[in-house]
Design a protein. Structure first.
Length: 314
């Protein structure tokens, strides 16, 4: 998976944190994936997290964590939020946001609260359950929303888009859109569905069975940027405006303390994105498996990172 479309900004990667407002767009439909497409097709509350190289929300060809297993099998996010919290304590993850349950027959997109990405938490990962299903999900893993511009400078993306495929978490048996299945024993690795390994039921294949189209896309736009000092300076000292002209290992301290030393070159995004009014389904706590969950008629809302106790089963 990779960024398929993006526009670079002039915001420097090394000296600035940025905030992105992201939108989840549904592409899983009876038209794109007609075989056994379920009447109650829906998505669990999506989760997006910013992190560094030391943390993986999930990884292709690796075994799913308990949190990923819970999301892929039930849609609940309690365990994966705990894993993110532990990563935050270990300084491996930063900001994260969570959305809400959406049913495909009513809602085709949802927009999340802004998520902050920094020079030290510079990757983004996401996950949401394809429901109902045994243990299928979609999302992206370890995307870096930065690149080198034509001047050779590393900058953040102003906007970008990612398309994501269906994945099997390798934790539960089953070939159909059904959540009542036996555990995979032994547990298998996470794998991407392709035309060569699609389930015997042929779910996810296109009408002519020639391909598997993306089930979702994620679009993100920068809404703000802020100059920041390096979180941990190599010399172990704190930034001090009186020492900006000093050097450590041949590098000026202002390189690590641009905010304190006033060398940011601060620039705001050219414009803020216009957020489309969208309907969102409200996540409900449930003890039912995904195949028995019924849509709520409550007015949709957007969940935030302060909702630490969500235990939705969808």
């Amino acid at each position: 998976m990779a960024i398929i479309d993006g526009t670079l900004s002039s915001v420097p990667f090394k000296t600035h944190s940025v905030a992105y407002t992201c939108t989840f767009n549904n592409n899983w439909s009876e038209e794109n994936h007609p075989i056994e497409y379920p009447d109650n097709a829906h998505w669990s509350p999506p989760v997006i997290v910013a992190h560094n190289d030391e943390f993986e929300l999930w990884e292709l060809n690796e075994k799913a964590s308990d949190g990923v297993e819970e999301v892929a099998e039930t849609g609940a996010t309690g365990d994966i939020r705990d894993e993110i919290s532990d990563a935050q304590d270990d300084q491996e993850a930063g900001d994260f946001v969570q959305g809400s349950v959406t049913f495909n027959n009513r809602v085709q997109e949802q927009t999340f609260d802004p998520i902050t990405v920094t020079p030290w938490y510079f990757k983004m990962s996401s996950i949401t359950m394809i429901a109902p299903s045994p243990d299928w999900f979609t999302g992206f893993s370890g995307i870096e929303p930065s690149d080198t511009n034509n001047k050779g400078e590393m900058v953040w993306f102003e906007s970008f888009e990612i398309e994501t495929a269906p994945y099997d978490a390798g934790t539960e048996e089953g070939d159909e859109y059904d959540g009542d299945n036996s555990a995979e024993d032994p547990q298998d690795v996470i794998r991407k569905f392709t035309t060569s390994n699609v389930p015997d039921s042929e779910v996810f294949l296109s009408k002519d069975k020639s391909t598997i189209l993306p089930v979702a896309s994620w679009t993100c736009e920068m809404t703000s940027s802020e100059c920041v000092d390096t979180k941990e300076r190599p010399d172990g000292e704190e930034c001090d405006a009186d020492r900006c002209d000093e050097s450590f290992n041949g590098v000026k301290l202002s390189s690590w303390c641009p905010k304190t030393c006033g060398v940011c070159g601060t620039r705001k995004p050219t414009k803020k994105p216009t957020r489309k009014p969208t309907r969102r389904a409200t996540p409900k706590t449930s003890t039912f498996k995904p195949s028995t969950f019924k849509p709520t008629t409550a007015r949709p809302t957007t969940a935030t990172t302060r909702d630490r106790n969500l235990r939705a089963r969808v």
